[in-house]
Write a protein that binds this ligand. Sequence first.
Ligand code: UTP
Length: 301
Amino acid sequence: MAIDLAVVPVAGRGTRMLPLTKSQPKEMLPVGRRPVVQYVVEELAASGIRRMLFITGPGKTAIENHFDFDNELITHLRETGGERFLEEMPELRFQRENLEYFYTRQRRQLGLGHAVLCARAMVGNQPFVVALGDSIIGLHAESDIVRRMVERFERDRADAVICFEEVLPQEVSRYGIAKPRGTAGDVFQLDDVVEKPTPDQAPSSLAIAARYVCSPVIFDILADTPPGAGGEIQFTDALRRLIQQGGKVLGMRLAPDVRRYDIGGFESYFRAFTEFVISDPQLGQAMRKHLSDLLERYGPA
Ligand code: UTP
């Protein structure tokens, strides 16, 4: 049976985006017309994922509310001529696609690896997708990378497939970087993943890009992974150990015209917001005009 379950960790503190994230989850920040996590769900649904398991934490109830039925609001829109807004309501959009939502809490923020481990009791012994709730793949979430990763995982009987994005050499020190076996084509076998290397030590410029497909063997490894960088249980450390144990771990590249939009820090958030706004189907042209007027006033960079 094809994989139709995704674990979506959304429990992080979001300290790099304070004070924006003091009382609202970073995963609910707007990027153009939608909150980040809605794009994540849209992308997953378009790739055939039907069951979303969110790993939530303190202060994250806005995410549950966002996907819940708000009957009062729906009735209000119907009674007051606001039908056109109904199309945008996530609960109605996703009802048509039979999506199911599940929530469990990460009680202490011990890192991404620990957040994934919190899914164990609900996932059990089946393969699953991990999609970070603070990252959008593709402009307006138009990407079928998860579908392709799942197909490859099943076809090659892999233990994990990790998504990678080509980044600039000076950016490698911010990411987990692939050490491919041989020359890396669109899909490649991994020999290692190196966390935040310096540019001269980086084995490639392929950075882990927020989407994974994993066999449930990862849970045993995560349960046995000690805290690493920042005192957190790192998901990358568990994937490394999977490779070291002889697991078949593949990398898959995003197409060069598909970007990963990381809503984890202000610079990448501002970039994402700007691009989504200037490419908005209704207001994009007006916003581009506004931007060029602003650039005239402020002068070029
Ligand atoms: P980050 O690595 O950006 O960490 O999380 P963070 O804690 O959210 O942010 P900072 O470092 O404090 O600014 C990547 C994804 O993993 C989730 C986050 O919610 C985000 O979607 N995450 C991270 C968890 O679910 N639990 C954790 O303990 C850490």
